[in-house]
Write a new protein. Sequence first.
Length: 323
Amino acid sequence: MRRHRTHEWSRRMVQESNLSASDLIWPLFVIDQPKSEPISSLPGVNRVGSNDLLKTVEQACRLKIPAIAIFPVTDNSLKTEDALEATNPDNLICRTVREIKKSFGNEIGLICDVALDPYSSHGQDGLMRNGVILNDETIAILCQQAIVQADAGCDIVAPSDMMDGRIGEIRDALDDQGHQSIQIMSYAAKYASSFYGPFRDAVGSAGNLGTGDKKTYQQSPSQTDEALHEVALDLLEGADSVMVKPGMPYLDILQRVKETFKVPTFVYQVSGEYAMLTAAAEKGWLDKRSTVMESLLAFKRAGADGILTYFAAEVGDWLKSQD
Ligand code: PBG
């Protein structure tokens, strides 16, 4: 077994999985102010202000990162019970999409989350009445949200809310409005995970959510067959691609989804995974570059066609320096 391992060229020659810039999707937080600001639980990641927006997108283009996923940090004064800001055609995300598209056109893909958590005063992804998250009422708003994002010029809407039946309704709503070519990347197998903590700090929904959780709509970490059921439904309803989330603790799910459905399958290396790797590297306990690269290669090996990762730009630089 060791003959192939003897030399670097030989290890490369038999390599089954590869990572390239085309595998990376870069999640970006945007804030409605000129200056960018750091996020304490995500060292090295900023809430990007308007002064730095186009520079940041330019960096992604230069690195040949195919798409960015944009998340808005919404001012608390705009958050309400009914999360109506989500459907405002002039909200931060729509303005951001328009600005990027004006300068970059189709040079890079733009992905927008469809869910209410950046806009709801309770921090939930759906509408809430008497402590219950309402399914169908939420979907009606999600359809509106997807339409304003598509109108603004986004290329892919990514429903991350985990309501039942939303993919089919969003597809119909987009088609009705002439948005037949807008893709739907479904967060199909999304778990009620504690690894999302730093993301909720980043978009400022942690305080709104308080002691609440998302267990009545996101999947329980114990489930695996259920993930296949979720993916099957979303594909039947018209999803163009599906996502598994979080990443590293759910490699088994990723592998099963890819093997079963053989459709474009994405994985999200979520904020908590980024935070763990970064913290250990800061302490000098792990070597950052090699552990991050290993974590991403593991996603490719398990079957991912693309990876959402906060390391995208850094990894893009590393990949360039290898050429
Ligand atoms: C919100 C959303 C979340 C993430 C992406 N979209 C958080 C949540 O469901 O609470 C998490 C991403 C991350 O942790 O990096 N619908």
